[in-house]
Structures are given as C-alpha cells and as structure tokens.
Design a binder for this molecule. Sequence first.
Ligand SMILES: Cc1cc2nc3c(=O)[nH]c(=O)nc-3n(C[C@H](O)[C@H](O)[C@H](O)COP(=O)(O)O)c2cc1C
Length: 187
Amino acid sequence: MKLNELNDVFMLKIIMIYSTTDGQTKRIIDFLEKICGKKHEVRVVSVQEAHKQNLIEFDKIVIGARVRYGKHHKDIYKFIEKNKSKIIAKNNYFFSVNLVARKKAKNNPKTNPYTIKFLRKTDWNPTKINVFAGRVDYPKYNFINKLIIRTIMSITSGPTDTSRCFEFTDWVEVEKFGNIISRDILY
Ligand SMILES: Cc1cc2nc3c(=O)[nH]c(=O)nc-3n(C[C@H](O)[C@H](O)[C@H](O)COP(=O)(O)O)c2cc1C
C-alpha cells in the first residue's frame, strides 16, 4: 500500500476552528466539514470555544478566519500564539476570508495582503494556506458599515446595490482545499 493511501483507510480526527462575524467563514468551514467528513471524524468549533479542546487528540488542525477593517480577529492571533507548538505538531491548515481576494491579482496567499501580513505576524508556516473571497451582505450591515463597505466597493469597482447580498466565494476552490485536507498524508 502506498503511503498516501493510508488516509483512505484510516479515519482521522480533524478539528476545524473558525472566526466569523457575518457567517461566510462558517459556511466555508461547514463545506470543508462535509468534504472531510466523508472519510474522517470532524469537529467544528469557534475560536472562542477552541480553548476547551484538547488539540493533541487531533491529527489535522484547520483554522479559518475572516478579515474586518484590515485585520483577522484578535482571538485568532491569541489562539495561535498560545497553541503554536501543538498546531505545528499536526498537519495544519489556515485560510483567510476577505473581499480583496475577489480580485484575481490578490486571490492567492502569496499576493493577498492579509495572508502576507498574517504569516509575518504569526511566524507560522502552515502545511497549506489558502485565501477565499467572502461575501458582501448589505442587508445584514448596520448603517455605518453599509456606508463604509458601499464606499469601498464603489472605489474598487464592486457591487453597490445595498438591497442585495453578493457572494464571491469560489466554491470549486474551497472543494479542492477540502480534498487536499482530507487526503494529505500525515507528517
Ligand atoms: C465592517 C466590515 C469590514 C470589512 N473589512 C474588510 C477589509 O478590511 N478587507 C477586506 O478584504 N474585506 C473586508 N470586509 C469583507 C469581509 O471580509 C467579508 O464580508 C467576509 O465574507 C466576512 O466574513 P464573515 O461573514 O465570516 O464574517 C469587511 C466587511 C465588513 C462587514
């Protein structure tokens, strides 16, 4: 049997930790769970609940975080800082969700400003890192956020109809990432 066929035989334990405000990062995590859950046991928790988990129990650790006002949530940084040695002892994955990633020139981790900043700030080199474009959910935003996002969208040639929601997530790419997580051999 080839080493990379081991994953098809053994059920592994995967933990998926997310930070979301408007729900898109959670939707992406739920889709990754569906893909990986076909072969493995997957547990999904918010970053705020993640401290209750014993990371040593898991074979693979996935962290997904949204960007707001130029930043990933501080709880994501705190969690990584506190648990880095446990995270890097397993197969580990990170993805960022932001709107800059809807632009072709900024939709991979090497070109997206938030993943570049994230890697520098955490000094963590995940087994695999990814970035997905998120969603503009105007009806969900309060007055100020609606105004700010609409202004940014207008400047960056994005959608400005505040009565609607616009999704930019490339689900085919999310599916590919899910398959990578599911099939990656253990280190
Ligand atoms: C108040 C607010 C601020 C945001 N700031 C940024 C930003 O600085 N850069 C960016 O690329 N996207 C930004 N976004 C877009 C979000 O990253 C995008 O909507 C993403 O889907 C949010 O993920 P979530 O639904 O999991 O919270 C912002 C969105 C909101 C509502």
